[in-house]
Write a protein that binds this ligand. Sequence first.
Ligand code: GLN
Length: 197
Amino acid sequence: MKIGVIAIQGDVSEHVEALERALVQRGEEAEIVTIKHKSIVPECDALVLPGGESTTLGKLLIREGIADEIQDMNTAGKPIMGTCAGLILLATAGDEQVAKTHQHLLGLMDTKVNRNAFGRQRDSFETELELPFLDSPYNAVFIRAPGIVDSGKDVKVLAKIDDMIVAAEQGNILALAFHPELTSDTRVHQYFLDKLF
Ligand code: GLN
């Protein structure tokens, strides 16, 4: 098994470490590869799109020819997890800010996102989130977090804060507005790995 982590920009090493911890805990082995260039995504069985700056990430994914490979991976039904900026990139539509900057989205998930849903006054925060696949709350870290404002019928909403969707799933895709790689709790990465093993 090979798990790819897009490593163009953002919190890459934290995801690699969280995946490694989660694999050890479940007694499974997989190779984790960081991806900066094309031709590696097609070899992967699962993919993580980390947080970072979604405009930069989107541009570089296209420039490096990785965006098309991710589309193919999705068509093949392989597990893909997008966190924070990753959630933005997975969406089919964005807010005015996305439109104004002609930001490229991968459009893999039937969602509309607000890039900075939690505004300045709540730039970064932590909260105990109830997730349907966990039996106790998850301490979720939000950093300049986006949110899903609208979603299609194939999207399963997993968690909301006020009216904003902060965790959702569509088939093989898992999208999270928070950063599961920044806490020692590996349960969200485990849930993602459940789709692979
Ligand atoms: N809101 C940021 C963006 O638009 C994402 C923040 C993050 O990934 N921590 O790119």
